[in-house]
Ligand binder design. Structure first.
Ligand code: ACO
Length: 331
C-alpha cells in the first residue's frame, strides 16, 4: 500500500487587516482583553467581492505550483469549510469551476476546526487504495460575514478570521514518508456549546424575523466549556497519533495545532512537556480561521524553513461538533 504525501502547500488570506483597535470602534472591547485572553492582535477579513472559492483558488494555485502540477492533474477535490459562496452547493464545486476542471469530483466537509484533518484522512484512504493519484485538499473559511459585530457577540466575534490553505496530495512508495497515521473523533452531545443555531447569511430568505430578533443566527460559544475540553483533547489525540506510529513526543520536530487561542496552545505544550518553539503559532496575525488554520500554519512553517525534508510533524485540531483529530506526517 502507498502512503499519501503532501507535495505542495499554499495559503492565501484577504488583504483587509482588522486590528483589535478596529474592533474597539465596533463594540465594547479592548486590545488588552483580546490580547490577554486569546493572543490575537489582528485578523484578515474579506472585503466586498471576495469569495470563499476565490480565496481557496489563490491558495490552490500556490500549492499546485509547489507540487509542480496543473489544475488538469487534479483527480479529486476535498473542500473543508463551514461556509460556501452560496447557501448550497458547497465550496468544492465553485472552486472546481474556477480551476476549469469540469467532471472532477468535489467533496465538501463541514467539520469546522477539524475539517482539514478529516479531509486529510479521507485523502489518505483514497491514495492508499489507489483510487486517486492527485488530490487537492482545501481548508478555507469566511467567518467575518456571519459574526455579530455588536457588544452582544463580542466573546465570539473577536476570535475569528478569514483565509484559505491548500495541499496537493500524491502517493509515495516510501513507507517512512507522508501521512503516517490519522485519528478522527466527534462527540455530538456538545454540539450546542459552539454552534450557530440557524442560517446566518444576511439576505437568506429562510431567516424569519423571529430568528433574527432572538439572535439565533449568530455563532455562540460557551468559551470556558470549550477551553476545558480543548486542553484535554489536543494532548490526547496527539498521544494517540504518536503511539499508533511508534514515536514519542521527543521525536517531533513541530506540532501544528489548530490556531484556536494562544492560551490553549500554551496549555497543550505544557501538558505534552514540549517547548513553545515546537508549537507553531500565527494566531496573533490571523485569529482563528477554523478549517483554514492548519493548512495556513503548515504553509507558513514550510516557507519559514521550520518544516524541512524529513521533519516529523503532528497536526492536531479541536472544534465545533465537538470534533477533534490528529495526523502524524513525515515531510
Ligand atoms: N471584550 C471585552 N470583554 C469581553 C469580551 C470581549 N471581546 N468577551 C467577553 N468579555 C467579558 C465577558 O462579558 C465577561 O464579563 P463579566 O465578567 O462582566 O461577565 C468577562 O469578559 C469574562 O468572560 P469569560 O467568557 O469568562 O472570559 P474567559 O476568560 O473565559 O475568556 C474566551 C473567553 C477567550 C472565549 C475563553 O473562554 C476561551 O479561550 N475559550 C476557548 C474557546 C476558543 O478558543 N474557541 C475558539 C473557537 S473553538 C476552537 O477553535 C477550539
Amino acid at each position: 500500500m502507498r502512503n499519501a504525501l503532501i507535495s505542495g502547500i499554499g495559503h492565501h488570506v484577504p488583504d483587509r487587516v482588522v486590528t483589535n483597535f478596529d474592533l474597539e470602534k465596533m463594540m465594547d472591547t479592548s486590545n488588552e482583553w483580546i490580547l490577554e485572553r486569546t493572543g490575537i492582535q489582528m485578523r484578515r477579513w474579506v472585503s466586498e467581492g471576495d469569495t470563499l472559492s476565490g480565496l481557496a483558488h489563490s491558495a490552490a494555485i500556490k500549492a499546485l505550483e509547489m507540487a509542480g502540477k496543473k489544475p488538469g492533474d487534479i483527480q479529486f477535490i476535498i473542500f473543508a469549510s463551514l461556509a460556501s459562496d452560496h447557501e448550497f452547493p458547497g465550496g468544492g464545486c465553485f472552486l472546481q469551476e474556477k480551476l476549469g476542471i469540469p467532471g472532477v469530483p468535489a467533496m465538501d466537509i463541514r467539520n469546522a476546526c477539524s475539517g482539514f484533518l478529516y479531509g486529510l484522512s479521507v485523502a489518505d484512504q483514497f491514495i492508499k487504495t489507489g483510487m486517486y493519484d492527485t488530490i487537492l485538499l482545501i481548508g478555507a473559511e469566511i467567518q467575518s460575514t456571519s459574526l455579530d459585530l455588536t457588544t452582544r457577540g463580542r466573546d465570539v466575534s473577536v476570535i475569528f478570521g478569514d483565509g484559505a490553505g491548500a495541499a496537493v496530495i500524491i502517493p509515495t512508495d516510501n513507507k517512512e514518508k507522508g501521512v503516517l497515521t490519522t485519528h478522527l473523533h466527534a462527540d455530538g452531545r456538545f454540539a450546542n456549546k459552539l454552534w450557530a443555531d440557524a442560517p446566518s447569511v444576511n439576505d437568506n430568505p429562510r431567516i424569519s424575523k423571529e430568528l433574527v430578533e432572538t439572535d439565533r443566527i449568530y455563532p455562540k460559544m460557551e468559551g470556558r466549556f470549550v477551553f476545558k475540553h480543548a486542553v484535554s483533547r489536543f494532548p490526547e489525540v496527539i498521544h494517540e497519533a504518536l503511539a499508533a506510529a511508534g514515536y514519542s513526543k521527543d521525536d517531533l520536530d513541530l506540532v501544528i495545532p489548530h490556531q484556536a487561542n494562544s492560551r490553549i496552545t500554551e496549555a497543550v505544550a505544557h501538558q505534552l512537556r514540549l517547548g513553545m518553539d515546537k508549537m507553531y503559532s500565527n494566531i496573533e496575525r490571523y485569529g482563528n480561521t477554523t478549517a483554514a488554520s492548519i493548512p495556513i500554519a503548515m504553509s507558513e512553517a514550510v516557507e519559514q524553513g521550520l518544516i524541512k525534508d524529513n521533519s516529523l510533524v503532528c497536526l492536531a485540531s479541536f472544534g465545533a461538533g465537538f470534533t477533534w483529530a490528529s495526523a502524524l506526517i513525515r515531510w
